[in-house]
Write a protein that binds this ligand. Structure first.
Ligand SMILES: O=P(O)(O)OC[C@H]1O[C@@H](O)[C@@H](O)[C@@H](O)[C@@H]1O
Length: 559
């Protein structure tokens, strides 16, 4: 944030605060819809592109907003220099100030300049990107066609991606989301947890002769990943014996050439990316190799292309019609003025069942910060807690609390107009979508006491407690996002939509959305504790709770 101000110093922020305090009781969805028959068309916007074909409708009319609130929110974005900050990112400026790095995952989905892409002003960003993409294409095609052979001459049929955080969640989410497009004879596994169970259970399903391990780690120093990769190599060598065979079965995705070669993977089997790709923004890079193998390089390219279309929209559309900006501002309204703590992501598409998990890292690691870029402590709420699950499963689990609990939970509902699995004559999809429409309606308009009484009839309505328990207060805000169909391009656009939303919110809060200092402390302490675990006498320097826990563990292990 160029101004060095806290968000709460902005005039627009103060105005929004005053609006919330003085007019909050008038933000009643029932009344707002009754007063304005045009509300849906006013507060919905369509994103449509032809290559790739993507059609996304964002309906944000069921939010506790009116024209005045919206004007205030857009004024806030302008006062916080959101447009400048966005342009700085696209220009390759070092907006990740604490690490002095550019933030250029957008360059990864940028087509070559010769194909109409714009020039990213960062050394090597376009040439390097295209080279790695070519390598990914070549390699993924070799695996998919069976021309890449394992050490006994058999084709690869099992892929194990070993990585954690950004080197796992993106590939997991995308390969699940685009399973429809996957080559079904290739088994895909993801090992992330240091818990040996994760690797052991996967290895049980693998044959060393036909398994490819993809070691995915930006830094190539992450304890979990390196330990899992070493154990996988040991398992492999038990059968393969000769270290020379590693070259046929292990590849690395990393920025750290030295670390990769020290592990025993040659540079030829390394797919590079760069420090300007944040871990949680990295599946667009070499980290997406497992995706390219699963769905084919052309489909992977479509994911990038869809994201690129959203990048262009974000970059050039005025704020009032800019989907990521709208999502960000509406989110800020609840997060900072209504005091909402969480944001639910609820895709009515089974293929998107990892979408909320993915954006838990995407959003919470980006915007879970307390200090601004210039080191001031914020006096407002920053990133929300992101959670969710695919519909309709969530309805039978936690929706009760969203409907009738005491907490305000803004929800984003997402659904495809067209299903990829129109089984039973499309019956399932119609039922699914009827729920997708019904839930935001129920959340917004609720059920009054009068309606409950009418339903229960005079006798049961004598029971006042029963009547009360059946009332839905309503006025719960939601966004509804409908898209044509879950194609690779659409997925790319949807992910970029949420990425840019995170960017805009971070810009307004004045925080650095692109570092993750908060993950470091625990890592350092764990390293120190690991050395103390063999002998109780070595357990020093801790509080009584930590010491007590470690001692209890030492007394109970291997019993
Ligand atoms: O890809 P590597 O370097 O193994 O990092 C994996 C993950 O590590 C965590 O601690 C975070 O920093 C994440 O942002 C990152 O994605």
């Amino acid at each position: 944030m160029a101004t060095g101000k806290l968000a709460s110093d902005y005039e627009a922020w103060k105005k929004l605060q005053a609006l919330y305090q003085s007019k909050r009781s008038s933000y009643v969805l029932k009344d707002l819809f009754a007063a304005d028959p045009e509300r849906f068309s006013k507060y919905s916007v369509e994103f449509k592109t032809s290559a790739p074909a993507v059609d996304i409708l964002l309906d944000y009319s069921k939010n506790l907003i009116d024209t005045e609130v919206l004007a205030g929110l857009f004024a806030l974005a302008r006062e916080a220099n959101v447009e400048q900050f966005r342009d700085d990112m696209f220009a390759g400026k070092h907006i990740n100030t604490s690490e002095d790095r550019a933030v250029l995952h957008i360059a990864l989905r940028n087509p070559p300049v010769s194909e109409g892409g714009w020039d990213i002003k960062e050394e090597g960003a376009t040439t390097g990107v295209q080279e790695v993409l070519a390598h990914m294409k070549e390699f993924s095609e070799q695996i998919r066609s069976g021309s890449w052979k394992g050490y006994t001459g058999k084709a690869i049929n099992t892929i194990v991606n070993i990585g954690i955080g950004g080197s796992d969640l993106g590939p997991v989410m995308v390969t699940e989301a685009l399973k429809h497009y996957s080559q079904r004879n290739l088994q895909l596994h993801f090992v992330s947890n240091i818990d040996g169970t994760d690797l052991a259970e996967v290895l049980r399903q693998c044959d060393p002769e036909t398994t490819l391990f993809i070691v995915a780690s930006k830094t190539f120093t992450t304890q979990e990943t390196i330990t899992n990769a070493e154990s996988a190599k040991e398992w492999f060598l038990t059968s393969a014996k000769d270290k020379a065979h590693v070259a046929k079965h292990f590849v690395a995705l990393s920025t750290n050439t030295e670390g990769v070669t020290a592990f025993g993977i040659s540079e030829a089997n390394m797919f590079q990316f760069w420090d300007w790709v944040g871990g949680r923004y990295s599946f667009w890079s070499a980290i997406g190799l497992s995706i390219a193998i699963s769905i084919g390089f052309d489909n992977f390219r479509e994911v990038l292309n869809g994201a690129h279309e959203m990048d262009k929209h974000f970059k050039s559309t005025k704020l009032e019609e800019n989907l990521p900006v709208i999502l960000a501002l509406v989110g800020i309204w609840y997060n900072d003025f209504y005091g909402a703590q969480t944001q639910a992501l609820l895709p009515y598409d089974q293929y998107l069942h990892k979408f909320a998990d993915y954006f838990q890292q995407g959003d919470m690691e980006s915007n879970g910060k307390t200090v601004t870029k210039d080191g001031s402590r914020v006096d407002y709420e920053t990133g929300p807690i992101i959670w969710g699950q695919s519909g309709t499963n969530g309805q039978h689990a936690f929706y009760q609390l969203i409907h009738q609990g005491t907490k305000l939970i803004p929800c984003d509902f997402l659904a495809p107009a067209e299903t990829l699995n129109p089984i039973a004559g499309g019956k399932h999809h119609e039922i699914l979508l009827s729920n997708f429409f019904a839930q935001p309606e129920a959340l917004a308009f609720g059920k009054t006491e009068q309606q409950v009484v009418q339903e229960l009839g005079p006798k049961q309505s004598q029971n006042a407690a029963l009547v009360k328990s059946k009332i839905f207060e309503g006025n719960k805000p939601t966004n509804s996002i409908l898209f044509q169909k879950l194609t690779p391009g659409t997925l790319g656009a949807l992910v970029a939509l949420y990425e840019h939303k995170i960017h805009v919110q971070g810009a307004i809060w004045g925080i650095n959305s692109y570092d993750q200092m908060g993950v470091e402390l625990g890592k350092v302490l764990a390293k120190a504790i690991l050395k103390q675990l063999p002998d109780p006498k070595d357990v020093t320097g801790h509080d009584s709770s930590t010491t007590g826990l470690i001692h209890w563990y030492q007394a109970h292990r291997n019993k």
